[in-house]
Design a protein around this ligand. Structure first.
Ligand code: BGC
Length: 719
């Protein structure tokens, strides 16, 4: 039977001719009349007080006028534990644990904006219950560098996928009465050197690759707050960057909410104030937007209207969320429902990369002795490294998950296999170097266990100490001697399954060669261990797709091939828009695993591609339909992807660009008709001459596939 599945037009996601959505979120300017009247009653001193933090995670209100302070919390994958008012030290409460939601790259691997929405609601509810007004998330910078320290926290290498997930996440948070703060605006694409680096990027690349998720956050999700990044762009710190903050964000996109600095990321008074920063955060003493700003206004260096505008923006946010007056900091807020959201995301995020002779799912009718090997089998990933973590109410490790699900059907024995350790002196904010020498005693123990078991499951990968804010990884290699471990285990047990627990691309050349089955799991939240066990045992059919390219070698990826990373004072984005798969496709470089790739325990066939017309006008929407069939024996979900390729174009384009996708569930033998749409306006490019979006007429090839390299059908149309 053929059932019909229609995907609605992705409402102008790439910022090309957008209009404000109706009725999805509160209009921030609804209270402007009331706000103007409040501002008219405020003294200059009271106004200035509101423009900088009065503690690490609060900024003042005005008691006299009944305006409560704003309370902030990190984000993005769990509500952070309570800290001392003026330091990063934990208050060491026993009552502030939270749900550990799968981190950004895991969410992105689901390719499911509805799950982003659910995650947002979970975060919003927990923030609310803990008395927080502003959630410092989502973090949506493009993953330009495969070794980037915050790749696990960010989403993907593609602006369209990022935009869809960003919008879902923000709507979820804000629908629960909490302001989302999208970060880090903009071009914070590396951690090493982030506090010094000046990004040099051409306008077209910035508009088409690095800004769309932020633009969608403003135009489609009506985000209430934006956090300026630490780095410089085109010579100016992001927290005082007129082009980014005033021209693009506030004037161009009509952003009505507030811009805050990243913590300690403010560098000046007059320039920051005039160029668009509204609230300085993270500087508890001697704030630039404190006393010096007061003096600057009095000296006539900063006009009063500029100050009034900032106060207005803060009050708009204040009045769009419900203030909480009682203190609720000490609340356990993680609920079973939030655990279910975490599980759902984790179970859709896991990517099957290899499965020789259908070794997976594990058949517990035949497999009686399971060797579980690797530190990541028992390692908790909710916190670690530098930056925000979660004091998880609980976190099921992969070993616990497997034991939960296998019960008495097989025996499970564990060997640590390798020990995570770092080379001394590298643990600060430089690039981190793991100690790659393997512990021979642990190795021998693991090999002997594998030898005496029916299958060996190695939980390999990185951890949150290696993937961390503030520093990038030194290379892509699996750290701590794990390649040797995998090799040795696979030599004694051909039924070796490798599960990667990591938040970013890894060098999997050896793991791929030696394993019989390979899975990418992530920093997958409180329920990560249960989800990966369900995938291994076939209770869940894997359906995650990679949100970024895994190169064969780090030097194949653009920033490394062009030696533009880490940069010293300048990082010149010479690859232009050829980021991630756009580079690999355009330059014909074969990756190890491509963007969008992921196998299933079943198979899907694609047929009958059609478009509703052959030629389209600029104001029309292309409808592409085809049939998708589950040709295997299990129910499964496929993420179908639509890319475009321009034929004989005069303008330079990447060879392929993602323009839509959707997730389809099919029973064995079932066929569904899938329709994907692309508004022609989304095929425009940023024209630097007119400083606007322009359409290039001509022939376009529409490509439907199962990944960026596995294109199953094409159809040419004209615009
Ligand atoms: C990070 C932000 C975070 C802030 C507050 C900064 O170091 O870059 O993402 O929200 O700290 O914790």
């Amino acid at each position: 039977m053929i059932t019909s599945f229609f995907i609605f037009p992705p409402d102008n996601i790439l910022g090309q001719g957008r209009s404000q959505p109706k009725g999805i979120s509160k209009d921030l300017s609804l209270n402007d009349a009331k706000i103007d009247s409040i501002i008219s009653k405020m003294t200059l001193e009271e106004k200035i007080v509101m423009l900088h933090g009065n503690g690490m995670f609060t900024s003042p209100g005005i008691e006299r006028l009944g305006i409560p302070e704003l309370k902030y919390t990190d984000g993005p994958f769990g509500i952070r534990e309570e800290l001392e008012k003026n330091s990063w030290n934990s208050l060491k409460l026993t009552t502030d644990s939270a749900t550990f939601f799968p981190t950004g790259s895991a969410l992105a691997a689901t390719w499911n904006p509805e799950l982003a929405y659910l995650l947002g609601t979970g975060m919003g509810e927990e923030a609310r219950a803990r008395g927080k007004d502003i959630l410092l998330g989502p973090a949506v910078n493009i993953t330009r560098i495969p070794t980037g320290g915050r790749t696990f926290e960010y989403l993907s290498e593609d602006p369209f996928l990022n935009s869809k997930l960003t919008v879902g996440y923000i709507k979820g948070v804000q629908d629960r009465g909490v302001a989302a703060c999208v970060k880090h605006f903009a071009l914070n694409n590396q951690e090493s050197n982030r506090g010094r680096v000046n990004v040099i990027v051409d306008d077209r690349t910035m508009r088409e690759i690095y800004l769309p998720a932020f633009e969608a956050a403003v135009m489609e999700a009506n985000v209430y707050a934006v956090m300026a990044a630490y780095n410089k762009v085109d010579g100016s710190w992001c927290s005082e960057n007129d082009i980014l903050l005033n021209q693009i964000l506030k004037k161009g996109w009509g952003f009505k909410g507030m811009v805050m600095s990243d913590w300690g990321g403010t560098h000046s008074t007059v320039k920051a104030a005039i160029n668009g920063l509204d609230v300085e955060m993270g500087s508890t003493r001697n704030a630039f937007l404190g006393r010096p700003l007061l003096d600057s206004v009095k000296a006539g260096l900063v006009p009063l209207e500029v100050i009034n505008d900032k106060v207005k923006r803060i009050l708009r946010v204040r009045f769009s969320i419900e203030p909480i007056t009682e203190s609720r900091a000490e609340r356990v807020v993680s609920t079973p429902e939030h655990g279910k959201i975490a599980y759902k995301i984790a179970s859709q995020s896991i990517v099957l990369l290899k499965n020789i002779d259908n070794l997976l799912p594990v058949d517990l009718g035949k497999i009686k002795k399971i060797a579980v090997i690797g530190d990541n089998a028992t390692h908790k990933q909710a916190s670690g490294g530098f930056g925000a973590g979660v004091k998880a109410r609980y976190e099921i490790t992969p070993l616990e998950g497997l034991k939960n699900k296998v019960g008495s059907l097989a025996s499970i024995r564990f060997a640590q296999g390798y020990k995570p350790a770092f080379i001394q002196g590298q643990q600060g904010r430089g690039r981190r170097s793991p100690n790659n020498r393997i512990d021979s005693i642990l190795l021998t123990e693991a090999v002997s266990l594998a030898q005496n078991s029916d299958i060996a499951i190695i939980y390999a990968g990185t951890n949150r100490d290696y993937e961390t804010e503030g520093s990038d990884r030194s290379d892509l290699k699996l750290p701590f001697g794990q390649d040797e471990l995998i090799r040795r285990i696979a030599t004694v047990n051909p039924r070796t399954i490798v599960v990667l627990v990591a938040g970013s691309p890894q060098d999997l050349n050896e793991a791929f060669q030696f394993s019989s089955a390979l899975l990418m799991s992530w920093f997958n939240g409180s329920e990560g261990g249960n989800a990966i066990a369900d995938v291994l045992l076939g209770n869940i059919n894997p359906s995650g797709k990679l949100p970024f390219t895994f190169p064969v070698s780090l030097n194949d990826s653009p920033a490394f091939a062009l030696a533009t990373y880490p940069g010293d004072n300048n990082a010149s984005y010479k690859e232009g828009s050829l980021v991630g798969y756009r580079w690999f496709e355009t330059k014909n470089i074969k990756p190890l695993f491509s963007f969008g790739f992921g196998l299933s325990y079943t198979q899907f066939s694609y047929s009958g591609i059609k478009t509703d017309k052959e030629k389209y006008r600029s104001d029309e929407t292309i409808q592409i339909s085809f049939e998708l069939k589950n040709t295997g024996k299990r129910e499964g979900e496929e993420v179908v992807q639509l890319y475009v390729h321009r034929i004989n174009s005069k303008v330079e384009w990447p060879a392929k660009e993602l323009k839509n996708f959707c997730r389809i569930t099919l029973k064995p033998g079932e066929t569904k008709k899938v329709t994907l749409s692309v508004p022609v306006s989304q095929l425009r490019y940023w024209d630097v001459k007119s400083n606007d979006w322009q359409l290039e007429n001509g022939e376009i090839q529409l490509m439907i596939g199962s990944s960026s390299t596995d294109i199953r059908m094409t159809k040419n149309i004209e615009i």
